[in-house]
Write a protein that binds this ligand. Structure first.
Ligand code: NAP
Length: 488
């Protein structure tokens, strides 16, 4: 699983945090236009951070009670006159109603906090639109990725990053300074042309999760259908037995571990493919195909979904004995055995199989939990690179091997029992073994010294064919050796 991505800035831009040239701004007066949810939360946070706040409303008398007593609530024009930095906490469609304030706003910094309802809703960003309405002001885009809730609950309980952009460096620095005093991490996103990108961020729905979720759903659907055919449709067609009751728990519970197991192997498969390509090309400087790049970037999400399915499988399995159908089957078996006068029903092999199966299952789930926990940004940040790679790579691979043991002890000798082949379909567990076993086999091959050494050299920058060792006879008949570039 790739980790630490959540700890990085949302977008790869420079953080302004810790800039020594930034001086504390607490004590200065900040203006807020608007008296809605965002304005109220912002005012509370600003007051708590030591700023003087003046709120500009169209109806200050009615709205004053909603704000902390330390904040002054007055008419818009009056508020604007008292400060140089004004947060515009008003929707884009109402910007034009502020045009009457153009004169008093001249030379001031306007912070555009607005969001849209759709990605790329307007041709120009809201901030650029505000700047076009007030050419005598300096507009800074910022704070839109922070919700009113985060502002009220304090930066520690929510997203800490505040993305900022503006064409004016000085104005951007001033707003960054205010964000920092409020406990946020200002991130410099460059000039105003980035405003559109910043405005789109709060509207994106789990962009990193889309592919892994579709993958998990696709696998779930395939395995569910396969298990349904084997466990419900086959007995109905062949023996006219109604086994529909199996669908909500049994079929789902045989599907979930298949998805979890295959998804776990899909976390490690792209690494194997990448290593194969590097060995084939003899260099690490050749770009991977886009699909492989995408796959490598989604390993963390794929791993977390694998953990999610495994955890659900554990819960379902614990609940199996609670079902009425299970109790009926137990009683039925007991009655049958009593009628057949069977006193000893202990099957040593079955007992051992079950003990090992459950034990390795618990260990696999424990390891998956560890992988999931260490992929959390707060935990990942507390680990150094070696610790993180040991957990995610080595322990992750061990989790895959233990899950394979779990699957094998579950299947035991079923693959060799012809009664287990329903409509000639092999038991589901045999299908799930395909990808994980390929990954394990590839990892074993890569650990052979000759291949491991070559891979290590490639990953440290060695390139096939770049340097050729040569041995030439000298004039005296002695041999001299050296390296030359084959490309020359
Ligand atoms: P809201 O509760 O509806 O408040 C909007 C405020 O705009 C009103 O209270 C009103 O204050 C003022 N306003 C000025 N001119 C107006 C006009 N012509 N018609 C209507 N209202 C007018 O909205 P909000 O949730 O605070 O959002 C304000 C801005 O913050 C929006 O641009 C939004 O995208 C952005 N934002 C909000 C959040 C959030 O979590 N809520 C998060 C990020 C960004 P007066 O009546 O006192 O003038």
């Amino acid at each position: 699983m790739s980790g630490g991505d959540m700890a990085k800035p949302l977008l790869g831009h420079q953080s302004i945090e810790g800039d020594p040239s930034i001086t504390p701004a607490a004590g200065r007066t900040i203006g807020v236009l608007g008296s809605g949810d965002f304005a109220r939360s912002l005012a509370i946070r600003l007051v708590c951070s030591g700023f003087k706040v003046v709120v500009g409303s169209r109806n200050p008398k009615r709205k004053a009670g909603l704000f902390p007593s330390a904040a002054e609530v007055t008419f818009q024009a009056d508020a604007v006159k008292k400060t140089d930095v004004i947060f515009v906490a008003v929707f884009r469609e109402h910007y034009s109603t502020l045009c009457d304030l153009a004169d008093v706003l001249t030379g001031k910094i306007l912070v555009d906090v607005s969001n849209n309802t759709e990605i790329n809703h307007h041709k120009e960003s809201n901030a650029e639109y505000l700047a076009s309405l007030f050419p005598a002001c300096t507009v800074v885009k910022g704070f839109n990725v922070v919700s009113a809730w985060t502002l009220q609950s304090g930066a520690r309980d929510g997203n800490k990053q505040v993305l900022i952009c503006s064409n004016n460096q000085e104005a951007k620095r001033t707003v960054a300074e205010i964000a920092q005093v409020m406990g946020f991490t200002p991130v410099d996103m460059g000039c105003m042309s980035s405003a559109c990108e910043i405005e789109n961020i709060p509207l994106r729905l789990l962009p990193a999760w889309k592919i892994p979720i579709f993958l998990a759903l696709g696998l779930f659907l395939c395995f569910f259908t396969y298990n349904l055919i084997r466990q419900v449709i086959h007995p109905y067609i062949r023996e006219q037995k109604n086994k529909l009751y199996k669908i909500p728990i049994e079929v789902v519970n045989t599907t979930l571990p298949c998805v979890a197991y295959v998804m776990l192997s899909l976390v490690y498969l792209p690494g194997v493919l990448a290593a194969c390509l590097q060995l084939y090309y003899g260099t690490k400087y050749r770009r991977f195909p886009d699909w492989l790049d995408q796959w490598l970037q989604h390993r963390k999400q794929i791993g977390l979904l694998s953990f999610f399915c495994a955890a659900l499988h554990a819960v379902y399995s614990l609940c199996l004995p609670m079902r009425r159908s299970h109790r009926y089957q137990l009683i039925e078996t007991a009655v049958k055995q009593a009628l057949e006068k069977k006193m000893n029903i202990w099957v040593e092999e079955e007992v051992w199989r079950m003990e090992i199966y459950i034990s390795v299952g618990i260990i696999a789930l424990g390891l998956l939990s560890l992988l999931a926990i260490t992929s959390l940004p707060s935990i990942a940040n507390s680990l150094n690179w070696r610790e993180f790679s040991f957990i995610q790579s080595t322990l992750g691979f061990i989790a895959l091997v233990i899950s394979t043991l779990h699957t094998l002890t579950y299947g035991w000798s079923r693959a060799f029992d012809e009664n287990q082949y329903k409509f000639y379909l092999p038991p589901t567990y045999t299908l799930t073994l395909l990808v994980p076993c390929t990954v394990i086999l590839a990892k074993v091959i890569f650990s052979l010294p000759c291949i491991q050494q070559r891979l290590l050299r490639i990953r440290r920058g060695w390139e096939k064919g770049r340097y050729v060792k040569f041995v030439l006879p000298s004039a005296t008949g002695e041999y001299s050796s050296g390296e030359t570039s084959s490309n020359v």
